[in-house]
Write a protein that binds this ligand. Structure first.
Ligand SMILES: Cc1ncc(COP(=O)(O)O)c(C=O)c1O
Length: 398
């Protein structure tokens, strides 16, 4: 079968490299092979590349470059934030950690690991809006709490959390505030000072940069223990020879994100809305999951009544259209989404929802193709299962 066009609507899983990023990665790989810790010419040139990228990433999140610590990506940054803060605050007797119930597995499974080592962990519940209510945090945080971790934007439904308010509440009790901004960076403004956080994670491959490169921003003066011990890299905060080409690529991606943020948010937002409206109009028995008015502009998560999401995902893939059933880690399994479950959606909706996430190279033609193809595929799958009864289409979470 020859496909007429391939559509990639899975930008929240990962993004294609911007051409300028690819060029920077290739040029740095070829020309700057030095070890950035070496004192000679080759090492110093590699260090200059790292410094320039550090300034660019700092500018993207309105941070001082000296507070930007390179990591291997979002998972390491989240681990570093939580384990590093936990280790630093443990001697002071703070052995309680709080996160939202809709965090990425990088946070949730790190919490589980620390719980096995005796830490008390609490998850803040969310309602069907998919947004954390600051009053819930106020009820849970105590003088024993070491760290509160709430993501700035959710990877599955795109909802944006009230981080500044949550940070103020955490600080009232002397706890540190971490935000996983992996899905926010490049999509909405991210300003570490305005957010009022102490720690912020980001990952290059979510904003057209290379995989295996990320940052943990650590506010000056924050007590942290390293989780990778060894040499004195990154001012002794994270040992290991830096991946200079990937970090150079992240720097270029950061500059592009700064330049294009406003225009891309408007363009991609209009495409996402066209897609969402188109699907709700063309496919009966569909509804959007999560509060629509407080989302990153590129993401929509839609329930298809009486359809198994995995089957629809495969049917779409056969048509050349790539989407996701939620977090990349759980795709390929029939695990219901922990995010939709935490939002209190009925079981069938945790298993019949697809995430469409758009980005830099998405076009209107692609959107229209998906809206054209979907009704036929959904109808076919429903016919296979002999389903006729559908609930009424809803435009809001319900
Ligand atoms: C919210 C969030 N946090 C963390 C990660 C992990 O980032 P990385 O793939 O760079 O390890 C992801 C990736 O899916 C994510 O969406």
């Amino acid at each position: 079968m020859r496909l007429t066009m391939r559509v990639y609507f899975d930008y929240n899983a990962t993004t294609p490299l911007a051409p300028e990023v690819l060029e920077a990665v290739i040029a740095t790989t070829r020309d700057q092979f030095g070890n950035a810790s070496s004192v000679h010419h080759f090492g110093q040139r590699a260090k200059a590349v790292l410094d320039e990228a550090r300034s660019s990433v700092g500018a993207l999140i309105h941070a001082d470059p000296s507070e930007v610590v390179y990591t291997s990506g979002g998972t390491e940054s989240d681990n570093f934030a939580i384990r590093g803060a936990a280790d630093a605050l443990d001697p002071g007797g703070r052995r309680h950690l709080i996160a939202s119930a809709i965090e990425h597995e990088a946070v949730l499974n790190t919490f589980k690991a620390l719980a096995r080592r005796g830490w008390r962990t609490t998850l803040i519940p969310v309602d069907h809006s998919g947004i954390v209510d600051p009053d819930r945090l106020r009820e849970l945080v105590t003088k024993d709490t070491a760290l509160v971790s709430v993501m700035q934007a959710n990877n599955e439904i795109g909802t944006i959390q009230p981080i500044a308010e949550l940070a103020a509440i955490a600080h009232e009790q002397g706890a540190l505030m971490h935000t996983d901004a992996v899905q926010a960076v490049g999509k909405i403004p991210v300003d570490v000072r305005a957010l009022g956080v102490d720690l912020l994670s980001l990952s290059a491959h979510k904003f057209n940069g290379p995989k295996g490169a990320g940052v943990l921003w650590i506010k000056r003066g924050t007590r942290m223990q390293p989780i990778l011990t060894g040499g004195k890299h990154e001012r002794s905060r994270r040992a290991g020879t830096e991946n200079v080409p990937a970090l150079a690529g992240m720097g270029v991606a950061a500059r592009l994100a700064i330049d294009k943020l406003a225009s891309e948010a408007a363009r991609v937002g209009a495409l996402r809305d066209r897609l969402e409206e188109g699907i709700l109009r063309a496919v009966p028995g569909t509804s959007v999951n999560g509060e629509r008015s407080r989302r990153v502009p590129n993401t929509t998560n839609i329930s298809f009544d009486r359809v198994e999401a995995e089957s629809l995902l495969i049917a779409l893939d056969l048509e050349g259209i790539a989407v996701s059933t939620g977090s990349a880690c759980s795709s390929g399994t029939l695990e219901p989404s922990h995010v939709l479950r935490a939002m209190g959606l009925p079981t069938h909706r945790t298993q019949n929802s697809l995430r469409f996430s758009l980005g830099l190279f998405s076009t209107q033609e692609e959107v229209d193709r998906v809206v054209e193809v979907l009704p036929r595929l959904v109808q076919k799958l429903r016919a296979l299962t002999g389903t006729t009864k559908l609930t009424k289409n809803t435009k809001v979470f319900s």
